[in-house]
Design a protein around this ligand. Structure first.
Ligand code: PPE
Length: 311
């Protein structure tokens, strides 16, 4: 995992080792901040481009609004800063992590009415999120003993730093039990998403994904919904249960880091039918191939304005 040597910190590009923060940082104590995860890809026509950068930065600004934090940067400033950071690191293909948090100021839960906020953008190179084997053969999931909090406890429309303790606990539990990833239920027992991915299942040609109530509104999820609608598939945004997903023909996870990750097993039960039991199914395999082409500018019929060149 090679890290970029340069970071963007409060409006300037700096060597990463010079961007230091204080132990009195409010966001470190209380998790009051927000982040994004974005990927840039090498393009077929040459050079690099950032996939759906504007949509990620819109969600970043909405996370700040949910937290009632003001930052002095516009959508366009953040888009430009991201491109500049990738250029400063010489990366054409990388993961991009914008982060904002309440900075050094008075400690105590109350950060005051106009707290100081730091904003940074970092880069690193990141391979398959659930490992190369998970990406190609399919990952193994376990329903977590941790649940996604009620919608009045966690702000699901924001990518809020402190909320990720729930994801870290679920992920560590799943890994310790020999699985690749956790699937979390909501307080009523319906499936929601993985620790860092959205969830899809396919049965009898009908594609289902969990509703936006208790999940992050994933940008990859939306890309996949647009893709399936374009191809004329029936797609339902609806709740489903663990026994329904055990009997699915195909299951996959979506996310910027995870991209399209097929699922081969859930709770020790192999997923799929016929020739595809315990293997990625045909619709998932085609989606995975097409997603990989789309982000590299090889399928211009999907979102012509989804790729921001790193120039
Ligand atoms: N749900 C959660 C909880 C989540 O964290 C992510 C992204 C998604 C769904 C998918 O959202 P999107 O990337 O917009 O399609 N998780 C990010 C962070 C992963 C991490 O380990 O850090 C990511 O994929 O970048």
């Amino acid at each position: 995992m090679a890290r970029g040597t340069q970071v963007w910190f409060n409006g300037k590009i700096l060597p990463a080792e010079n961007a230091k923060i204080s132990l009195f940082t409010h966001g470190l104590h209380y998790g009051y901040g927000a982040f994004e995860g974005i990927r840039a890809y090498k393009q077929k026509k040459g050079g690099g481009a950032v996939f759906r950068l504007k949509e990620h930065m819109e969600r970043f600004l909405e996370s700040a609004k949910i937290l009632d934090l003001k930052i002095p940067y516009s959508l366009n400033d953040l888009v430009q800063a991201t491109v500049e950071t990738c250029k400063a690191n010489g990366f054409e293909e990388c993961y991009i992590r914008p982060i904002l948090y309440v900075a050094d100021g008075p400690l105590g839960v109350n950060p005051g009415t106009t707290p100081p906020v730091d904003v940074a953008i970092l880069n690193w190179e990141w391979g398959s999120y659930l490992g190369d084997e998970g990406a190609s053969l399919g990952a193994k999931l376990k329903i977590s003993s941790f649940i996604r909090p009620h919608v009045n406890s966690s702000m699901t429309k924001g990518k809020i730093t402190g909320q990720y303790v729930n994801s870290v606990l679920a992920k560590r539990e799943a890994i310790a039990a020999g699985f690749d990833e956790a699937l979390l239920l909501d307080p009523e027992g319906y499936l929601t998403e993985g620790s860092g991915e959205n969830l899809f299942m396919i049965r009898n040609g009908v594609i289902k994904t969990t509703p936006l109530t208790s999940i992050l509104s994933g940008i990859t999820r939306q890309t996949v919904l647009d893709y399936f609608k374009h191809l004329g598939y029936e797609v339902k945004d609806t709740r489903f249960t663990r026994d329904e997903i055990w009997c699915a023909d195909e299951v996959f996870l979506t996310g910027t880091a995870a991209e399209i990750t097929p699922i081969r097993e859930i709770d020790y039960r192999p997923i799929g039918r016929g020739d595809h039991v315990g293997k990625p199914g045909p619709i998932t395999a085609k989606l995975k191939k097409d997603y990989s082409a789309m982000v590299r500018g090889e399928l211009p019929e999907y979102g012509r304005d989804w790729l921001t060149p790193i120039v």
